[in-house]
Design a protein around this ligand. Structure first.
Ligand code: THU
Length: 235
């Protein structure tokens, strides 16, 4: 079993340097993470940030990370120290043990209910501002909650956790996204999420379930007008 099938899921159109890892949790589950680049390079998600955030968003703690032998991982020292991770460099990743984060969408599915339940899993020691997100794909969805760690800049928003799960699972065709915040005047994706959403789902519906119970629907393109897009690079 090689890393190739997971490395293929990385979104690296700019550097072409695919990266992937697998994090094992304290509960013995295995979560994959792949590198997700963005035309705005600071909002690129490293494979370790993705895998650790996914693990935390599932209510579990990373204890071990599996990495490809020949590929240097970004942010390794930060994530290693954060969770005292055991590092295993191997050419035989435990792909057969991966936990699937894909959920099938039942007929009676209620986004509002699901977002309300999901938001309890947000990890917000700093902000106490929980957010939940559901990313819809063919036949089902991926869940996301925001995850904060010791370094504020290494945290990941609910929207991007859901996107990281889908990309790690090899799914790139996104349908729409629902987002819910519990506090604040209204639910409003941050600038970094707008940039990532613009790149991953440029003309898609975003439903924002606000704290007061109201709902507004938006086209992703409208949330980041006059944006810097990948298409700008194409001649
Ligand atoms: N946050 C999200 O997860 N999504 C949003 O749409 C807005 C902000 C998170 C990030 C951080 O954990 C907290 O909310 C406060 O910024």
């Amino acid at each position: 079993m090689s890393w190739n099938s997971l490395l293929e899921n990385a979104y690296v159109p700019y550097s072409e340097a695919a990266k992937a890892c697998i994090v094992e949790s304290d509960k013995g589950n295995f979560f994959a993470g792949v590198r997700i680049e963005n035309i705005s390079y600071p909002v690129t998600i490293s494979s370790l940030q993705a895998a650790c955030s996914i693990c935390l968003s599932e209510g579990e703690t990373p204890i071990r990370v599996f990495l490809p032998l020949q590929i240097d991982a970004d942010q390794l020292s930060y994530w290693k120290d954060e969770f005292d991770l055991e590092i295993i460099k191997t050419d035989e990743p435990p792909l057969d043990k991966l936990t699937s984060c894909f959920k099938e969408e039942p007929e009676d599915f209620s986004s509002q209910e699901e977002l309300k339940n999901l938001i309890n899993r947000a990890v917000t020691p700093n902000s106490d501002f929980p957010v939940s997100a559901i990313l819809f794909v063919e036949g089902g969805y991926f869940e996301g909650v925001n995850v904060e760690v010791s370094d504020w800049s290494m945290g990941l928003c609910a929207e991007r956790v859901a996107i990281a799960k889908a990309k790690a699972a090899g799914i790139s065709k996104f349908k729409r996204m629902d987002v819910h915040t519990l506090k604040g005047e209204f639910s409003s994706p941050c600038g970094a999420c707008r940039q990532v959403v613009t790149e991953m789902m440029p003309y898609h519906e975003l439903s924002l379930y606000h704290a007061d119970g109201s709902l507004s629907k938006h086209l992703s393109a409208d949330l980041l007008p006059f944006s810097f897009k990948t298409s700008s690079l194409k001649k």
